[in-house]
Design a protein around this ligand. Structure first.
Ligand SMILES: [Zn+2]
Length: 251
C-alpha cells in the first residue's frame, strides 16, 4: 500500500474496508482514542479481520503514524453515527485512532509528541480534501449516546491554534440558571435549537431528555472540558452561542 500522506511512518494493509457509498468523499475528519490497555493490542484489533473494525490512520504515543486503510476506501470506525444531517459517517470521513487507554482503562493526557503528529496528519488531510473546520470532530460528537472518545483531555484548543478544527475560548462554568434532565419549556427548546444548528443530532421537542443530555456531554467534552456533567449551565450555553456566531461563512 502506498501511503496517502507524506507524514505517514509505516503502512499496514488492514483487511476491513469497503467502497464509500454513493460516491461520497471525505468531508469529515473523525478522531478517536483506541480505548484499550495497550497500543499494540489496539493496532492488532484495527489491522486484523476478526473485530470488523478499522481506521485509516493510527497514531502511537511516540508520534509514529501508521496508515491502515487507503483514504479512497471506507474504513469501519464510526458505527451508527450522524452529523449535520448526514448518517453513514464512515462513507464521508477519514478516521484517525489515537492511542490512549481511554476512560475504561486509565484515561490520561495525550503526550506532546503524539499530539504534534495528530496535528501534522490532520493539517495534511484537511488540506488535501478541503475538509471544513467544523467537520473536524470527535467520535462522541457523531455518536453521543454510545461514545465518549477522544474525551475531555484531548487538546482541541491546541489543534485550533494550529489551524485544525473549529473552537472558541469557552465561557467559565458558572452557577446560576441551568437546564438539566427533565426540564421542559421554551428555554430547553431554544437550547436544543442551538445544538441542532451546530450539527448535533438533536430533536427540538422542548424536553431535556436523555438525548439532550448525551449531546450536552459530547458538547462539553469537545468545547467546554473544564466541567463535563451533562448539565447545560450558562457557561456551556454561552460557549455554544460563541461557536455558532464564529462559524466560518463557507463550509
Ligand atoms: Zn471511537
Amino acid at each position: 500500500m502506498r501511503p496517502d500522506s507524506s507524514v505517514v511512518t509505516e503502512t499496514i494493509a488492514a483487511p476491513n474496508h469497503d467502497a464509500r457509498r454513493g460516491g461520497a468523499r471525505p468531508e469529515i475528519l473523525l478522531l478517536h482514542y483506541t480505548g484499550m490497555e495497550s497500543g499494540a493490542t489496539a493496532l492488532e484489533r484495527l489491522s486484523g479481520e476478526e473485530a470488523q473494525v478499522s481506521s485509516h490512520y493510527f497514531v502511537e504515543e511516540d508520534g509514529r503514524i501508521v496508515q491502515l486503510v487507503p483514504e479512497e476506501r471506507r474504513a469501519w470506525h464510526a458505527g451508527v453515527s450522524w452529523w449535520r444531517g448526514r448518517d453513514d459517517v464512515n462513507s464521508r470521513s477519514i478516521g484517525i485512532e489515537i492511542v490512549n487507554p481511554g476512560h475504561e482503562h486509565g484515561y490520561r493526557a495525550f503526550p506532546a509528541a503524539q499530539i504534534d503528529a495528530v496535528i501534522r496528519l490532520c493539517r495534511d488531510c484537511v488540506a488535501r480534501w478541503a475538509i471544513p473546520a467544523r467537520n473536524v470532530l470527535g467520535h462522541s460528537d457523531v455518536a453521543p449516546t454510545r461514545k465518549e472518545d477522544p474525551g475531555e483531555l484531548f487538546p482541541w484548543d491546541q489543534l485550533f491554534r494550529s489551524g485544525v478544527g473549529h473552537w472558541t475560548e469557552p465561557a467559565k462554568a458558572t452557577g446560576g440558571r441551568f437546564l438539566t434532565l427533565g426540564d421542559r419549556g421554551q428555554p430547553v427548546e431554544a437550547y436544543q435549537g442551538l445544538l441542532a444548528a451546530y450539527g448535533y443530532l438533536q430533536e427540538i421537542n422542548g424536553t431535556f431528555d436523555e438525548a439532550t443530555r448525551s449531546n450536552t456531554f459530547a458538547f462539553q467534552r469537545h468545547f467546554r472540558p473544564s466541567r463535563v456533567d451533562g448539565i447545560a449551565d450558562m457557561g456551556s450555553i454561552t460557549t455554544l452561542h460563541r461557536l455558532l456566531t464564529s462559524l466560518p461563512t463557507l463550509g
